[in-house]
Design a protein around this ligand. Structure first.
Ligand SMILES: Nc1nc2c(c(=O)[nH]1)N[C@H]1C(S)=C(S)[C@@H](COP(=O)(O)O)O[C@H]1N2
Ligand SMILES: [Mo]
Length: 198
């Protein structure tokens, strides 16, 4: 796989690159289906299931604290990109707006264009996860999920939902798009949780 678009990680990066992954040159775009075009002011996060609050608007999202995040990104199709620089809002700060019922243990991320990805609330509500609104200091490009996507760095990147449009809080696990097509329900790249063999 080494060559024009991918290179084998050098030994010095070995501890940064999960097993079976190669480093991508550039930042590949991986989308199933068409790229939705959403004007930031029209973006809205719907909230349903086991939570009181029903939505968060673009302006409400921007009113929350923003910070820079530099994180590695691992796609299950075996490319990784190290040190991606984003600006975003911590997932924990967003979740604090919703009055989530203690019975909620899972979250379904819904997207414009109908993609879904499930995560446990424990995996979602981690300090290093965020809603990204910028990439390299520029508004997040549509092909990378703009105006808003989630980034969950400790799981394979299919869990990082582009064009996020909704969060559904659930008392039990329901499978998202790729998870329903045989991909792993959790997707830890360090454990190579690529496919679900159950
Ligand atoms: N809505 C939506 N989110 C998505 C996808 C998608 O097809 N639709 N692809 C996933 C996959 S498989 C990967 S690897 C990353 C790719 O993000 P990128 O295109 O910004 O590199 O987005 C994830 N989020
Ligand atoms: Mo992916």
């Amino acid at each position: 796989m080494a060559g024009k678009f991918f290179e084998k990680p050098g030994a010095e990066l070995g501890d940064r690159v999960p097993p079976g992954q190669h480093l991508a040159k550039g930042f590949p775009v991986l989308t199933y289906g068409d790229t939705p075009q959403i004007a930031p002011q029209d973006w809205k996060l719907q909230v349903w299931g086991l939570a009181k609050r029903q939505f968060l608007s673009w302006n409400e999202l921007l009113a929350l604290p923003q910070q820079e995040f530099t994180k590695d990104f691992h796609c299950v199709t075996r490319w990784s990109k190290l040190d991606v620089t984003w600006t975003g809002i911590k997932v924990t700060d967003v979740l604090a707006c919703f009055e989530i019922d203690p019975q909620a243990v899972c979250v379904m991320q819904h997207c414009y264009g109908d993609y879904t990805a499930n995560v446990s609330l424990a995996d979602f509500a981690r300090e290093e996860n965020f809603f990204a609104i910028q990439l390299d200091g520029e508004p997040l490009p549509a092909e990378h999920g703009g105006p808003v996507r989630t980034v969950i760095p400790h799981l394979y990147a299919w869990k990082s939902a582009k064009w996020i449009s909704g969060l559904e809080f659930l008392s039990q696990e329901t499978l998202g798009f790729w998870e329903g097509h045989g991909y792993h329900r959790r997707g830890d790249p360090w454990a190579e949780e690529r496919f679900d063999h159950l």
